[in-house]
Write a protein that binds this ligand. Structure first.
Ligand SMILES: NC(=O)c1ccc[n+]([C@@H]2O[C@H](COP(=O)([O-])OP(=O)(O)OC[C@H]3O[C@@H](n4cnc5c(N)ncnc54)[C@H](O)[C@@H]3O)[C@@H](O)[C@H]2O)c1
Length: 681
């Protein structure tokens, strides 16, 4: 049997080589948010397994000291984070040249990871949670140390394999292959459920990557501001009759959540010139958004919030108000006092509804944190009761003319899971969706994704503000604002991006673009790098995009050919990006809506100014988007068919999309109804 000394000698990269002695436990900085305890429920055997799993990262000399510490973390926090291995102080995405590495990509990924864990950026930085309550970069700090070390060693003839936060190792590959391939939480179908998921997390074999947390492509709340802005603005156009060239002046948007992603809502409404009231139960998150200027005012009474809103609506001026309290209390007030709400949504973390993502009515945020630790069963009942009340209030408000949409947080699914069958479109199960449309069904799907518009993004790896401004200008030059109203919105967005002070963390930018728009901008940036006008750039996107995510309750909610339960598109997107040479590719289970409910993937591409990268851009970027448009076209989505026809014409000789022949509805209906009528006889 192998001995630990042989094992240690067989590895050049391990924690014993990185650290000469067991590091001291770092101090926890006051005021930095901590993840709530994740309910511990492993049995004795599994508890042993979890300890052995964590200890396999560290040399045996340290096991006796670490085993009780890891057990304590597991029991009190529900996970082993290995806090002792966290570097002391604040992590921060620094200029790429500050990092050690044998290739640019290895250094660039370190920038991205450290940005994801920055105190200013991450939701629970000590627990490696970047956003969305549970979205982690990796599972624990031992993994973090090893990943960093591997990235320092990585050459352009190797690929680092990442399995649910665990760096499996470096394997030989060609310079044209991805430098990192990441998968998170890909569970085998029959085990892909909450119970097995919680066990796997506690055992230390699964990581919830959300989307860009585990894909190392998070760029702070800016990443979601553009999508939120487009969604709310277009909801106003589609449902309130606002003309395409006007904004939300005079209209009220009410929602909840000022966390990682939801924190974008205030800023987005401000940019769209509307009035927003956002409920938030955790004052620390309100404070963060006030400090950033992403919320203008905080109040503690619903009456005050609505009075302020009306004043500003009448003046057609923008104000964004945080209501410190439960969203259900806020809308209960609106119902009882006949307040008119134009647009209504919710962005609590309903993908993790029983893990602290949704605070029940009648208790404070701190009480919910305590309850999570102690009375889990009672907590679930309170959550379910609040969800049911929430739904009843929404029904009353929509009956009075409010437009409600599900904002991709699994809210409708959570209400359904709380026992409300009435919410189902078919009155019995969720197969045909829910009574209220999700924002993808109504707005984002047809108006953006079906054309290929999605959350393209970049990070100026030099860390220089002037590089960001140069890229903003270059991107602006690539957009024709007169082509479609979407292009005009995007043009205005990038023109005003610097003025809107969107950056938190690294010098990053988000800009919704379609396939060929993204390609054009990427080629332009790579040319600027080649000419030495800017430093290297990391390109990527949110997984929440046209082709990256199969999620029947969100991204693919407007796929109506029955294929919304399939995950072929996201998997093909991932594989296609890998074989076309993206620098990083990622594929995850969960993401936004929760485990088992989505498969999502993303990419990273490091622009180094080379001709090789020009070729990757020309092949991979259109594929990344058009794979999604093609699938949407095949599902008979009208705008995708139109986009597909134009694409086949433009890319004749290189790409070719299969398009559906449309059936005469009458012919099919007539035939099938006659057939069923006969069956009944
Ligand atoms: N629509 C999108 O594009 C999109 C994108 C990313 C994430 N999401 C989803 O949106 C949700 C929110 O994401 P996040 O990153 O902001 O999560 P988060 O956990 O950081 O923020 C959610 C916030 O809601 C607050 N909250 C919980 N219950 C509340 C209640 N009853 N009343 C008032 N406030 C309450 C929490 O205190 C928290 O601050 C997640 O489910 C996420 O998956 C949507």
């Amino acid at each position: 049997m192998s001995k630990n000394t042989d094992i240690s000698k067989a590895m050049q990269i391990h924690l014993g080589e990185i650290l000469t002695e067991l590091p001291a436990m770092p101090d926890f900085v006051d005021g930095i948010r901590r993840a709530p305890a994740r309910h511990f429920n492993l049995n004795q055997k599994d508890t042993e397994l979890a300890l052995k799993n964590a200890l396999r990262y560290v040399p045996a000399d340290w096991h006796a000291a670490l085993a009780p510490e890891f057990l304590d973390e597991l029991v009190t926090r529900g996970r082993i984070y290995g806090y002792r291995f966290r570097p002391a102080g604040r992590l921060k995405g620094r200029p790429v040249d500050d990092y050690q590495g044998n290739c640019l990509e290895g250094k660039a990924f370190q920038v991205m990871i450290e940005n994801n864990l920055d105190f200013d950026v991450a939701l629970y930085p000590y627990e490696l949670v970047t956003y969305g309550e549970t979205g982690q970069v990796c599972q624990n700090w031992m993994q973090y140390r090893l990943i960093k070390r591997y990235l320092e060693e990585l050459t352009d003839h190797q690929t680092l394999v990442m399995e649910s936060g665990h760096p499996l190792g470096l394997f030989a590959s060609s310079p044209d292959a991805p430098r990192v391939i990441i998968t998170n939480a890909l569970m085998v179908g029959c085990f892909d459920d909450q119970e097995n998921w919680h066990r796997a997390m506690a055992l230390g074999v699964a990581n919830y990557g959300q989307m860009t947390a585990g894909g190392w492509m998070y760029i702070g709340p800016q990443g979601i501001v553009h999508g939120t802005y487009s969604t709310i603005l277009n909801a106003g156009r589609a449902k309130l009759g606002i003309p395409a060239d006007q904004d939300l002046a005079g209209y009220l948007f009410v929602s909840s959540g000022l966390g990682g992603m939801s924190g974008a809502q205030g800023k987005a409404v401000e940019i769209a010139n509307g009035v927003a009231i956002i409920a938030e139960v955790d004052y620390s998150r309100i404070q963060t958004r006030l400090d950033q200027g992403w919320i203008m005012k905080a109040v503690e009474e619903p009456a005050e919030a609505f009075q302020l809103a009306v004043d500003f609506q009448q003046q057609k001026k923008s104000i964004t108000i945080a209501y410190y309290g439960n969203v259900v209390d806020l809308i209960e007030y609106a119902v009882n006092n006949q307040v008119k709400i134009d647009l209504l949504s919710d962005q609590t973390s309903c993908h993790a509804v029983y893990e602290g993502g949704y605070c029940p009515q009648g208790i404070s945020f701190n009480e919910r944190t305590e309850l999570l630790k102690t009375g889990h069963a009672g907590f679930k009942e309170m959550v379910d009761a609040t969800l049911r009340r929430h739904y009843e209030l929404i029904k009353i408000l929509t009956g009075r003319g409010t437009y409600f949409f599900d904002y991709g947080n699994s809210f409708l699914k959570a209400v359904y899971d709380a026992g409300v069958v009435d919410i189902c479109r078919n009155g019995k199960d969720s197969l045909d969706g829910f009574k209220f449309q999700s924002y993808v069904e109504d707005i984002m799907g047809p108006i953006l994704f079906d054309y290929g518009y999605g959350p393209f993004r970049w990070v100026c790896l030099s860390g220089r503000q002037e590089d960001l401004l140069k890229t903003d200008r270059a991107a602006l030059d690539c957009i024709d604002p007169d082509r479609r109203f979407q292009d005009r919105d995007n043009y205005v967005w990038i023109r005003d991006a610097a003025k809107n002070k969107l950056v938190v963390g690294t010098k990053a930018r988000i800009l919704y673009q379609d396939a060929l728009g993204r390609m054009k901008i990427a080629l332009k940036f790579n040319e600027m790098v080649r000419r030495g006008q800017i430093g290297p750039v990391m390109l990527g996107r949110d997984h929440h995009d046209t082709g990256g995510t199969d999620s029947p309750f969100r991204e693919t909610a407007n796929i109506k050919d029955g294929s919304n339960i399939m995950a072929d598109m996201a998997t093909q997107c991932f594989a296609g990006n890998a074989c076309r040479g993206m620098s990083l590719v990622a594929l995850h289970n969960g993401g936004g809506v929760g485990i088992g409910k989505a498969i999502n993937g993303g990419f990273g591409l490091v622009l180094d100014g080379s001709d090789r990268i020009d070729n990757v851009i020309k092949q991979a970027i259109p594929w990344d988007v058009m794979g999604g448009v093609a699938r949407r076209a095949w599902a008979r989505n009208e705008n995708s068919i139109e986009t597909g026809i134009a694409y086949n014409e433009m890319r004749r000789g290189s790409d070719h999309i299969t398009l559906p022949f449309l059936t005469d509805e009458g012919l099919v209906e007539d035939l099938v109804s006659k057939f069923f009528a006969k069956l009944k006889k």
